[in-house]
Design a protein around this ligand. Structure first.
Ligand code: M6R
Length: 617
């Protein structure tokens, strides 16, 4: 939610900042703005709408900047997405600018105090409070030491925030602070960068510095100094980003989502890479939890949001089947409010692509307070959730820019299977050859994904033919149920259509009343070779909806002729083991939703009202 960029160095700051924002637009695209220093003054420009509007405004009224620069792309929380509420926000003297990601929860009281002191507010945002507070603190210090002023301001703020500021009093300086919102430093040669995500500066440097909770960073062209909110220097963790700028390009595709769907075989292969030792044992190096700790686990609780939650639902089937450990799956935003029963023998698995979802982060913190051990499954290196967890398994899917999760979902599944098998290995719940067999099956999944991608053209045609449908229903059983949920979510978020998923067995308990002539119903069919009984039951469910007029779109294993008579459209997927089927059955759903949304003229990378990383609760 909201993308932030800061730059100090010899390059034209405006170009660096605007190009950085282009890489972060997936984080929010309600409005965008910049502030750069030049000739002893602060130059700002901001516009409602996508970054293109800001670029146009900058072309019409060029901004001269040679000093430090900051920029912002917004996902609105306080105040409508218009020009005035767009960031940066400035003080009344127009000598200091601030951009912000997060929510300042005590902003109303602070605003009242500042207004009483004579500050004039122009926007409805919580952020403007930070600009006036910072200005007041800076003046108190004789216009010296922006970092000290920032520390003082942060001590007064409640909520979640990343703040980045620059002031004409010090043209070569950008100061930033973070609490519960992402911020990372990029170290260059004679230049330095700040951003919500390394993607913003990856074209300039791959050397990054993680910022911890409640830290303030002073960024100059030749130095990066990090302190806590009291001014004490802190040690920082530096790392090398293992992907380059080309990974964050569209590479000839019209949308990132199209590219990311196609990247799935590689992404799944990268998740699985290097997990097996020479003697055939699973070794999860980043895990940080010892086999002894994993042997004492009595219960697993998976917490996640959205698509990651669906990955968790699928993981439950595999983990319980392979490890015989009870496993609950819970939407992260509900978790800590129901007083869950946790202790040291509980393993909490937090699944989050971004590693920044606030709901999941808060659930992680709560779990650790209750002394549960937390294992994170994340894609973004150095993000907050893995940093605050006891262990981590990175999915290595590479950057995912499209707001809809695609390759990160498939890689989360692969990571969950690895965790399940690893638990089975250390707890001796399966013989080594049984684990080897599943690892062997997993190793074939990149090729199976490739095969699905080669055969999805009819799914595109189908999607285009359904662009005018008002509702689509999705049905599944066993692991096919979370896949159905994921298919419905994709359609909602991309095509803005009503879509709902049901466990197929639940249909007769109410939802079957929704079926009417021509209603598209997508059904995920389990393999007839795996759980035969499930397969037979879902074939009956297909017949039930078809008998009531539904248009059936059936996703089934190739060679499963039993469903053909009841399928208006049959989408065949490769035969794979039952528990691994979601890796292949999800792909037609992704393609279906993407193509249908494109047919409706929607922007699939930046669907309305959404942002890639949801850093508010
Ligand atoms: O970064 P996270 O995995 O924690 O994000 C969770 C959800 O916001 C996310 O999966 C969302 O549902 C997807 N964009 C849907 O495609």
């Amino acid at each position: 939610m909201c993308g932030i960029v800061g730059y100090v160095g010899p390059q034209p700051a405006l170009d660096v900042v605007v190009n950085g924002l282009a890489r972060l637009e997936y984080r929010g695209y309600d409005s965008a703005g910049v502030a750069v220093q030049g000739g002893g003054a602060l130059h700002t420009e901001k516009r409602a709408g996508k970054l293109a509007n800001l670029r146009q405004a900058l072309e019409n009224h060029p901004v001269e900047g040679d000093g430090a620069g900051i920029g912002h792309t917004r996902w609105a929380t306080h105040g409508a997405p218009n020009d005035v509420n767009a960031h940066p926000h400035v003080d009344n003297d127009h000598r200091l600018a601030v951009v912000h990601n997060g929510i300042i929860e005590n902003f109303a009281a602070l605003r009242e105090e500042l207004e009483e002191a004579g500050c004039k507010f122009v926007s409805e945002t919580d952020t403007e409070v930070a600009a006036h507070l910072l200005s007041t603190e800076l003046k108190r210090r004789g216009d010296r030491d922006l970092a000290a002023a920032m520390r003082a301001v942060c001590r007064r703020l409640e909520g979640a925030f990343t703040l980045v500021a620059t002031s004409v009093e010090d043209p070569g300086l950008v100061v930033a602070a973070r609490r519960n919102s992402p911020l990372v430093v990029g170290r260059g040669e004679g230049e330095n960068f700040l951003a919500s995500d390394v993607a913003a500066f990856i074209a300039h440097t791959r050397e990054a510095v993680e910022l911890g909770q409640d830290q303030v960073v002073e960024l100059r062209a030749d130095s990066v100094a990090v302190t806590d909110y009291d001014g004490a220097p802190v040690d920082v963790n530096e790392y090398h980003v293992d992907w380059d700028a080309s990974a964050a390009e569209k590479d000839g595709y019209e949308y990132f989502m199209l590219k990311e769907i196609v990247e799935q075989p590689r992404a799944v292969a990268d998740t699985l890479l290097g997990r097996v030792t020479a003697d055939g044992r699973l070794a999860l190096d980043e895990m940080r939890l010892t086999p002894q700790q994993l042997r004492t686990v009595e219960k697993i609780v998976i917490i996640a949001c959205g698509t990651s939650y669906h990955a968790g639902l699928i993981a439950k089937y595999a983990i319980e089947h392979w490890c015989r450990i009870p496993c609950e799956v819970e939407v992260a935003s509900e978790f800590r409010y129901r007083d869950p029963i946790l202790d040291q023998q509980t393993l909490v698995i937090a699944i989050s692509q971004s590693g920044e979802s606030m709901d999941t982060l808060m659930a992680v913190r709560y779990a650790r307070e209750q002394r549960a051990r937390v294992l994170a499954i994340c894609n973004v290196n150095g993000s907050t959730i893995p940093r605050e967890s006891d262990g981590v398994l990175y999915t290595h899917a590479g950057p995912e820019v499209g707001v809809a999760a695609t390759k990160t979902f498939l890689t989360q599944l692969a990571a969950c299977y690895l965790v399940g098998l690893y638990l089975a290995q250390v707890r001796r719940m399966k013989f080594d050859d049984e684990i080897d067999a599943v690892i062997g099956q997993l190793a074939t999944m990149p090729d199976q994904v490739e095969r699905v991608l080669e055969t999805v053209e009819p799914v595109r045609e189908l999607a285009r033919s359904l662009a005018d449908a008002r509702t689509v229903l999705f049905l599944g059983r066993h692991v096919g149920y979370p896949v159905a949920l994921e298919g419905a979510l994709k359609l909602k978020e991309l095509a803005y259509m009503h879509a709902e998923a049901f466990a197929a067995g639940e249909l007769k308990h109410g939802p079957i009343a929704l079926i009417e002539e021509g209603l598209p119903v997508v059904v995920v069919v389990p393999s007839p070779k795996g759980r035969g009984v499930l397969h037979d039951k879902i074939v009956s469910n297909i017949q039930e909806v078809r008998a009531r007029g539904a248009r059936t779109i059936v996703i089934a294993e190739e060679g499963d002729e039993s469903v053909r008579p009841y399928s208006d459209t049959l989408i065949e997927i490769p035969a794979v083991p039952t528990l691994l089927q979601p890796i292949v059955s999800t792909i037609p759903m992704q393609v279906f939703a993407c193509e249908l949304a494109l047919a409706k003229g929607n922007d699939v990378d930046q669907p309305r009202n959404l942002a890639k990383s949801v850093t508010v609760e």
